[in-house]
Design a protein around this ligand. Structure first.
Ligand SMILES: Nc1ncnc2c1ncn2[C@@H]1O[C@H](COP(=O)(O)OP(=O)(O)OP(=O)(O)O)[C@@H](O)[C@H]1O
Ligand SMILES: [Mg+2]
Length: 288
């Protein structure tokens, strides 16, 4: 699904002493089928922004176009249709779970949106395997699960609906390094296999640069930067000024450039490519 924001403002609790403008004139475009990572400091408005994607929050001002749906300050009667197509894995999975058993929880979304349940149930074992959730947990209460298992439960429920737009708000928080890698690889695989648009909110620069084809930087409720990961290599000082981490590969290339007095024509994002370039350089060849 294509997403276009035009001058979107979002204000929490307007006209109260707690009024807070969390989005300020936000405009951007996310092409259909792309993988976009949203990064930015805590409180910069990332979660507020992505909650506009399924109409959980609506712009106070401006318009947000999500596929064929247009959201603005005015009520939209097609919200259910929109939510059927937009899968959202929230930042705090425990807020997403509420049924008596893990199985009921996973099946809640598809059931609520009128999916054919016999077909959905057939897909369940494969999804459980994909997200790394043991079938023996299905009859347990979701509140007895570990943070990582809760997250996998929430992810399984969303995956079963095969959304056109998958929105992930720090989906790997609370997972151990192996679990993080497994879940990110799953998202990446699904993104490539299905005709899906993916938006990932993350504090992990390595993930942003590894998986995304577009990176958006939010700063104090505004879009500070939106570009291809490679293009951000040339803006690394800017990212550092914002206090954002750079991926390890950028540091590595910087180091090689300084040590060997060379300039790579093009930034590279994988350790393998850096090793190849370095090996060429040492053999007296070209950097490309
Ligand atoms: N319900 C609310 N009422 C009032 N202000 C809120 C509410 N929710 C969030 N805010 C404020 O809006 C701003 C943006 O919050 P948001 O949760 O979107 O940030 P974030 O970028 O997702 O941060 P994090 O990385 O910590 O998840 C913050 O200043 C926050 O305090
Ligand atoms: Mg957040």
């Amino acid at each position: 699904m294509e997403i276009t924001f035009k001058e979107v403002d979002y204000t929490y609790q307007p006209n109260t002493p707690f009024e807070h403008k969390a989005l300020k004139g936000v405009s951007f475009h996310i092409p259909k089928g792309s993988f976009t990572a949203i990064i930015g400091h805590t409180g910069s408005g990332k979660s507020t922004l992505i909650q506009q994607f399924n109409g959980l929050l609506r712009p106070t001002k401006g318009t947000a176009k999500i596929g064929e749906f247009t959201l603005s300050n005015e009520k939209n009667n097609q919200i259910k249709e929109l939510r059927k197509k937009v899968g959202m894995v929230f930042q705090y999975p425990e807020h997403q779970l509420f049924e008596e058993t893990v199985k009921k929880d996973i099946l809640f979304g598809p059931k609520n949106f009128g999916f054919k349940m016999d077909e959905v149930e057939k897909k369940l074992p494969k999804i459980l395997e994909d997200v790394g959730l043991d079938e023996s947990l299905l009859e347990r209460s979701p509140f007895e699960l570990s943070g990582g298992q809760m997250r996998r439960t929430a992810i399984a429920g969303v995956m079963l609906m095969e959304p056109e737009l998958l929105v992930l708000d720090e989906p790997t928080a609370g997972l151990d390094p192996y679990g993080k890698r497994q879940v990110m690889e799953l998202f990446s695989h699904l993104h490539q296999k299905r005709d899906q648009t993916t938006v990932l909110v993350t504090h992990d620069m390595e993930d942003a640069f590894k998986y995304a084809d577009q990176i958006m930087v939010l700063e104090d409720g505004k879009v500070n930067l939106i570009d291809h990961p490679k293009a951000l290599y040339t803006k690394k000082e800017h990212l550092q000024k914002l206090g954002l981490d750079l991926p390890e590969q950028f540091h590595c290339m910087d180091y090689i450039e300084r040590q060997l007095g060379v300039t790579f024509d093009e930034p590279t994002l994988s350790a393998e490519t850096i090793a190849g370039l370095l090996s060429n350089q040492l053999k007296g060849g070209d950097t490309q």
